[in-house]
Design a protein around this ligand. Sequence first.
Ligand SMILES: NC(=O)c1ccc[n+]([C@@H]2O[C@H](COP(=O)([O-])OP(=O)(O)OC[C@H]3O[C@@H](n4cnc5c(N)ncnc54)[C@H](O)[C@@H]3O)[C@@H](O)[C@H]2O)c1
Length: 346
Amino acid sequence: MDLLVVGSGLIGTSIGLALRGQLDVALHDPSVAALDVAVDRGAGRRWDGIEPFAHCVVAAPPSAVADVIASLPAGGTFSHVASVQRAVQASLVDAGVDVTAVCGSHPMAGKEQSGPAAASGELFVGRPWVLCPSASTSTTALSAVRQVAEACGAEPVVMSAEEHDAAVALVSHLPQVAASALAAVLGASGGSLALAGPGLQDTTRIAASDPALWVEVLRENASAVAPLVRQLSAELGGAAAALEAGDLGAVEQLLRRGNDGRERVPRKRGELDRDFVPVSVSVPDEPGQLAGVLVSAALAGINVEDVRVEHLPGRPTGVIELLVHLDAQAGARQALAAAGWDVVRA
Ligand SMILES: NC(=O)c1ccc[n+]([C@@H]2O[C@H](COP(=O)([O-])OP(=O)(O)OC[C@H]3O[C@@H](n4cnc5c(N)ncnc54)[C@H](O)[C@@H]3O)[C@@H](O)[C@H]2O)c1
C-alpha cells in the first residue's frame, strides 16, 4: 500500500478521494460509521491494521496526532494535517516518537462541515498546502508529504511551525472568533433577521463551524490568537465609543482602515480582490437561470472566478454576480447581453 490515511473525516476522506486512481490508499478510523462512509464514497479500502505502508497521513484532531503515530508500526514516514503545528510538534517529542520520520503539514482548505459525507476530491485543488518540517524531519518524510500535497492538486509551501501558527492566527483563527462573536450577537438579539442579505451571509458563514474542533485549535494556538482578538476588541470598543459620542470622523477612520486591510486580502495566489470586478445579470427566480448564465459565459470564453447569487427579498427576481478579471469585464458584459441576458448597468 502506498498511503495509509488515519482519520477518515472531512480532510482524510477528501485526501483519499483526491488520490483515487493515483495511489493505493487504505483508510482507518476508530469511528466505524465514518470509515463506512469514506469507503463507500471510494476514498480507499479498509486497513487491516497490519499491512505495511510507505507513508501515513494522520487526519485526526490535533490532540490525537502524537498518540496515533506512536501507536502505528514504524518503518514508513508520517505526516499530519493539523490546523496548528507548534503544539503538535511538541506533543510528538513528548510522546517519544521518532520525529525524523514525521513532517507536519496543513492543507489550507476546508469547510464549516465535518465528517466524510462533506468530503470532496477537489477540496485542495490550487490551494496552498503548508509543509512544516521540524529541525529533525528527514528529507524522505518531507518529500513524501510534498508528493501527497501535489497529487491532491495543492501547492506546497514550506514554513516553520512558528511562522505557520502566526500566519493562521491572522487569516483563519481571528476570522473564526470574529464571525462567531458577530453571529452570537445575532443569536442573543432576538431581533428579526428577515431583511438579511449577502453581507450577513458573508460575514457569518464560518460561524456554523464545529465548536469541538475549533476549541481544540484555539487552545493550541491561544498565545498567537489572543493578542489579535484584543486588537479587534479595541477596534470595536473604539467604534462603540465614537458612535455614542457622535464622532463619525473616528468611525470613518475605522472604515478606511478596513478598506486598506481588505485591499490586502488575496483572491487567489498573487492576485488581489481589486484585480476582479463583478458582472451582474438580473434573472427571474426560476430553476435553470444560474446554469444558463454560466453556459453563456463558458460559450463566450469568459473565465469566471467566482459566482454569487443575491435574492431580492419579496421580489421574484435575483441577481447573479459573476466575478471576472478586470480586463475581461467589458467583453463579458457585451457577450452576456448579446446572449439575451439582462445585464445590470455597472
Ligand atoms: N475542517 C477543516 O476545515 C480543516 C482544514 C485543514 C486541516 N484540518 C485538520 O484536519 C484534521 C481533521 O479534521 P477534519 O475537519 O477532517 O475533522 P472530522 O471531524 O471531519 O474528522 C476527524 C476524524 O478523525 C477521527 N478520529 C478522532 N480521534 C481519532 C484517533 N484517535 N485516531 C484516529 N482517528 C481519530 C474521527 O473519528 C473523525 O472521523 C484536524 O487536525 C484539523 O485540524 C481541518
